[in-house]
Design a protein around this ligand. Sequence first.
Ligand code: APR
Length: 238
Amino acid sequence: MTSSSPSPSLVILTGAGISAESGIDTFRDKDGIWSKIDYRDVATPEGFMRNPARVHDFYNRRRRRMKGIRPNAAHHALARLEAEWKGEFLLVTQNIDDLHESAGSKKLIHMHGELGGALCQACGARRRWPDDMSINSQCPSCEATGFMRPDVVWFGEMPYHMDRIYRALGAAGTFISIGTSGNVYPAADFVVEARHADARTIELNLEPSEGVDVFHQAIHGRATEIVPAFVERLLAQA
Ligand code: APR
């Protein structure tokens, strides 16, 4: 009877790079989303106040685009890891697409909200919203019109579920960051939180992120290649 040490708790952070090979543009790569439109116009509360129709158009295009895409081998590898991992597991994504859910991930937090969700600024109700939204959209709960916004976190707003995320980072045995440039806080600081908890920290990304030097280990390549191989090794060592 060998007393194998329990599998460490895993906390995984993903960013736009994990969805790139499914056909979703990243933000800061060459030809990325922010090279085509100013984030201050479409991803800030001030931009929404100034011109809500432009913001609705930006998210309507991304919501329509989301309908035609499928999870890739990296999303499926993380769903397999969650299903087979013996220890605690939490997947935190910065992405607002639904590819992790489509691949079968369940222990999942969308810290920047979800493109398929709507928030009523009049009554605070949250609803699934698969279709276009406009300044005339009516809240299904309070029936007010003109107060609906995509349930996504804009620059200057507090990401969702931060208490739960920091608790998981404080207890993490291994922290893995996948497909994020490490440009946006608080997500870019998660590796520091994990190191304070003496977690092993690993970056998987196409190229070195802003925070690459903070990680114990870095593996660079395309997510559909390096993530399945990494998951295979992790499960084989468990
Ligand atoms: N495989 C792995 N990594 C990739 C791939 C790929 N096929 N393609 C791109 N990448 C990497 C890039 O090298 C880059 O480091 O993914 C990262 C994407 O970085 P960003 O475009 O900055 O996206 P992200 O880090 O998720 O942005 C964080 O910023 O704009 C806000 O709210 C938005 O959630 C987003 C946040």
